[in-house]
Design a protein around this ligand. Structure first.
Ligand code: FAD
Ligand code: EPU
Length: 338
């Protein structure tokens, strides 16, 4: 096991927070991941699993062992006439994996193009975008039980996926490390879904009526690049907050005030846009010292220049307070605050 001590995690988190970890190890195989967990247990050192660092906010140094997941490999197995099972190791980069699937004409995953992070992290919050969540293409995953150091297989049902939620964010938190994920994708007769936002409009502009997987992916990448800041240029972790679900009464009250507020019904009420509320609270594009709220997407908090995690955390609390005071809606963080 390659162990480093007292290193900065600045280049390992997309917010670019300059915090330190006491111990650090990069794992390139399941064996190395297992060894790292065994080491931490033997020496009574807490551990933190890190993928691409695109959904974490470090508010302090981590005094334990950071286990950076870097295991690679993609395998396929025929499922039926129209489907293939594609398995990727946890350390594969998510978008590289999506592009690999598209290059091989495996369909169903293209709407999740350009989401940062690792394949192994994707199930943690059931990543989603442009009308698709990984639960829609998920087959099973393998995870290391950190207590027994044995591998366990999780089915779709066992993962308890919800909106930006899963078993691994709740009962399973800290108890498992995801080692590989298997998706069930189409090999022909793809279900192309271009109904979200501007996808169809962008394709129409190019006179594309029957888009290929690649054309859908390109259109989504184009939209994402026009709205979301690139973490290589400006530190961020995507949407900082989840979109809240409110009850019908609350929705009607808010809609009277803002007739352009859109609502999407789900089993628990009506989901609304958190970005809309933040924008209506006049916070969009505002800068607070070294950090702020992105000018094109009010859900995204950004690190302008060497902000500390604490500063960004305090800004997030400020936004929660203002939105709660003005609209009586309590926003919840999507990002994992450490
Ligand atoms: P990390 O930040 O490394 O880890 C996140 C959490 O998972 C941590 O708590 C970590 O301890 C834990 N973890 C990591 N790997 C494992 C593992 N193998 N086993 C167990 N626990 C683990 N998300 C969306 O859903 N949709 C989007 O459209 C989207 N757009 C984004 C755009 C930008 C510009 C950015 C920066 C982020 C965006 N995100 C989006 C959020 C982020 O990309 C996802 O949450 C992604 O899955 C995080 O992966 P990661 O490997 O970087 O996770
Ligand atoms: N909107 C505003 N102001 C803004 C941005 C958006 O009012 O600054 C409103 C508009 O009405 C717009 C609507 O929100 O039509 C939806 O905007 P967008 O398509 O950008 O989606 P979002 O709800 O802001 C969610 C996800 C993103 C995902 C996109 C696309 C959450 C928390 N965020 O954002 O995921 O990429 O949809 O599907 O659900 C992430 O999780 O990190 C992330 C970036």
């Amino acid at each position: 096991m390659n162990l480093q001590e007292n290193i900065s995690l600045k280049s390992y988190n997309t917010f670019g927070i300059n915090c330190k970890t006491k111990y650090f190890t990069e794992c390139f195989s399941i064996k190395e991941i297992t060894e790292a967990v065994a080491f931490s247990k033997q020496n009574n050192i807490p551990f933190l699993v890190l993928g691409g660092g695109s959904n974490v906010l470090f508010t302090k140094d981590f005094l334990g062992l950071t286990i950076k997941i870097n295991s690679k490999g993609i395998y396929t197995e025929k499922n039926d006439e129209n489907h293939i099972l594609v398995t990727a190791q946890a350390g594969e980069n998510w978008n590289d994996f999506v592009q690999h699937c598209i290059n091989n004409e495996y369909g169903g995953i293209e709407n999740l193009s350009l989401i940062p992070g690792n394949v192994g992290t994707a199930p943690i919050q059931n990543i989603g975008a442009y009308g698709l969540e990984i639960k829609d293409i998920f087959y099973e995953l393998k995870a290391l039980n950190v207590e027994t150091l044995l591998e366990e297989v999780f089915s779709l049902k066992q993962c308890k996926f919800g909106y930006r939620d899963s078993f691994f964010k709740n009962e399973g938190k800290g108890k498992y490390i995801i080692l590989s994920v298997t998706f069930r994708l189409t090999t022909k007769n793809h279900n192309i879904n271009t109904s979200y936002g501007d996808i169809t409009q962008i394709l129409n502009k190019q006179n594309i009526t029957k888009p290929t997987l690649r054309q859908v992916s390109d259109a989504i990448i184009h939209i994402r690049e026009s709205k979301l800041p690139n973490p290589k240029e400006i530190g961020n972790a995507g949407s900082f907050f989840k979109n809240p679900t409110i009850n019908t009464e609350q929705f009607n009250t808010l809609q009277q005030k803002f007739p352009d507020l859109k609502g999407y019904e789900n089993a628990n009420g009506i989901k609304i846009s958190a970005a809309f509320l933040i924008e209506k609270a006049n916070l969009k594009g505002k800068r607070f010292g070294n950090c702020g709220i992105h000018e094109k997407q009010a859900l995204v908090l950004v690190n302008y220049s060497d902000a500390t995690g604490q500063e960004i955390y305090e800004l997030s609390q400020h936004i929660i307070n203002i939105v709660n005071k003005e609209f009586n809606v309590l926003l919840q963080a999507e990002v994992n605050v450490i």
